[in-house]
Design a protein around this ligand. Structure first.
Ligand code: PLP
Length: 240
């Protein structure tokens, strides 16, 4: 949904584990070198010192503007041995075939769910920059013109207890720690992914007790909203 190289990024590190795989089945990633960074500027000896494995030349000598990706593949990758298993590669390639259509649906659904939550009286805040009310809205229009993806957080009224009850009350949504799946996922970061951090450390990481994270899937948007609505209703009763 974003094209970082057009905005000046030199290197993109992208998780294929999420939307490219699309079904939460494989772990993998992509390293993309725009070939725009000057590795011979004196600050990166690993690129300019000679290396016996490449004929006593440096990566800048051997590969020029492709020095970074060449070192990543022929030294780091070679020495550390990170290699994707063929079956996982196949799952990712298959995922790529449907990525554009899936992303359109992910974003359409996420926009509808975010708009629904923004209007809900059991919800304190929604952090989704595509919403016109969001302080980052103009930046999102510039950097994410096709929409800000399908992963976002909202704050439920009633704090920690209310959030836990919400998680326990959803029926269609899956309580899982991953994101970018075909199905809609929900988690309460304070009590799960970030539970080993102190409250102060959580706050520094942007995690608060009332925060719920959603990764909106490909289901019918009305079904997703209906499930969230009934779980918010259950959570609000606990609050009273
Ligand atoms: C994304 C994710 C991973 C894998 O992370 P990479 O992006 O592939 O480095 C592992 N576990 C969970 C729960 C995740 O969401």
């Amino acid at each position: 949904m974003e094209r970082p190289i057009e905005f000046g990024a030199d290197i993109i590190i992208h998780s294929a584990t999420k939307f490219i795989g699309g079904h939460g089945t494989s772990i993998g990633g992509l390293l993309i070198d725009a070939g725009t960074f000057d590795w011979s500027n004196g600050k990166f000896p690993g690129f300019t010192e000679v290396n016996a494995n490449i004929g006593n030349r440096s990566f800048v000598d051997v590969a020029g503007e492709k020095a970074f990706i060449t070192k990543a593949r022929f030294q780091v990758g070679h020495d550390l041995g990170f290699a994707l298993a063929p079956f996982n590669s196949w799952l990712f390639i298959q995922g790529l075939e449907t990525l554009p259509v899936r992303m359109e649906r992910h974003v359409q659904n996420a926009k509808k769910v975010a708009a629904f939550l923004a209007e809900h009286n059991q919800v304190d805040w929604v952090n989704y920059p595509t919403l016109e009310s969001d302080p980052q809205h103009l930046l999102a229009e510039k950097y994410l013109p096709k929409g800000a993806g399908a992963i976002f957080t909202f704050g439920i009224k009633g704090g920690f207890e209310s959030a836990r009850t919400f998680i326990d009350s959803v029926k269609l949504l899956s309580h899982l720690a991953n994101v970018g799946d075909a199905k809609t996922l929900v988690i309460h970061p304070t009590s799960t992914t970030h539970s080993r951090l102190s409250l102060e450390e959580q706050r520094e990481a942007g995690v608060t007790p009332e925060m719920i994270r959603l990764s909106i899937g490909l289901e019918d948007a009305g079904d997703i909203i209906e499930d969230i609505d009934q779980a918010l209703a259950v959570a609000s009763k606990v609050r009273l």
